[in-house]
Design a protein around this ligand. Structure first.
Ligand SMILES: Cc1cc2nc3c(=O)[nH]c(=O)nc-3n(C[C@H](O)[C@H](O)[C@H](O)COP(=O)(O)O)c2cc1C
Length: 211
């Protein structure tokens, strides 16, 4: 792509971004700023802030809660990202399976952001028990995780968070967990195919409602 700088000057705004879906990355982009006397900025971090909103919607990303309280109770979230599309699916689902790699000893920020948005599905509770402030639809839930390490403590914080938040607080009923340690880290190729974890996860899914 070789944009005509004179024509770019006529477009509103100081930076013009060209962006497309990537192959090795979520997206690729180029940034042109002729109004700032920079024909093309090869490392424009600001441009990434400009395209982030677009790609978070395109890639179905879910942002963390803003704490504005506008969604309570039954109203939609003010953030127009992928979570709004998940709300009817969550309400319809029998079982919600949380799947995440272990990042710094707990669930990834993506899963955390998804859970933070659960205020959108909360209902008012006129008589909440001690320590709970709203009520949630009754669902089953399960946890699937991978990690590089495989010690007895490896998943301790993630499991504690899941049990405390999803089961004790929100009140979902735990149908089980698959905690797949020893899956390799980001330095090398994925190792999960050298373990029994995929088969275990398959059997787990197959049998989750079998008894
Ligand atoms: C930012 C980051 C943090 C991580 N933190 C941990 C960790 O605390 N403990 C651990 O055992 N593995 C950790 N890992 C390794 C991932 O859990 C591991 O790469 C992943 O579970 C392997 O699954 P995958 O092949 O599907 O990516 C981390 C990886 C990344 C990228």
């Amino acid at each position: 792509m070789n944009p005509v700088q004179n024509l770019l000057m006529e477009i509103e705004g100081r930076i013009q971004n060209a962006t497309a879906k990537g192959i090795d990355a979520d997206c690729v982009s180029r940034s042109f700023c002729p109004k700032l006397s920079i024909q093309e900025d090869p490392v424009c971090g600001f441009a990434h802030c400009q395209i982030a909103d677009y790609w978070s919607k395109e890639l179905n990303e879910v942002k963390g809660c803003l704490g504005c309280n506008a969604c309570r109770y039954g109203k939609p979230c003010v953030q127009k990202d992928a979570f709004n599309g998940f709300v009817p699916k969550i309400k319809d689902a029998d079982c919600i399976v949380f799947a995440s790699p272990l990042y710094f000893w707990t669930v990834s920020s993506r899963i955390k952001a998804f859970i933070e948005r659960f205020y959108c599905i909360a209902e008012e509770d006129s008589n909440p028990p001690l320590g709970r402030y709203e009520k949630y639809p009754v669902k089953d839930c399960a946890l699937l995780m991978t990690s590089a390490d495989d010690f007895f403590w490896t998943f301790e914080q993630a499991v504690s968070y899941y049990q405390f938040t999803m089961v004790n607080y929100i009140g979902f009923q735990d149908r089980g967990m698959v905690l797949a340690g020893g899956c390799g880290d980001t330095n090398g190729k994925p190792q999960i195919d050298k373990t029994a974890h995929l088969q275990v996860a398959y059997e787990f899914g197959k049998n989750i409602y079998s008894e």
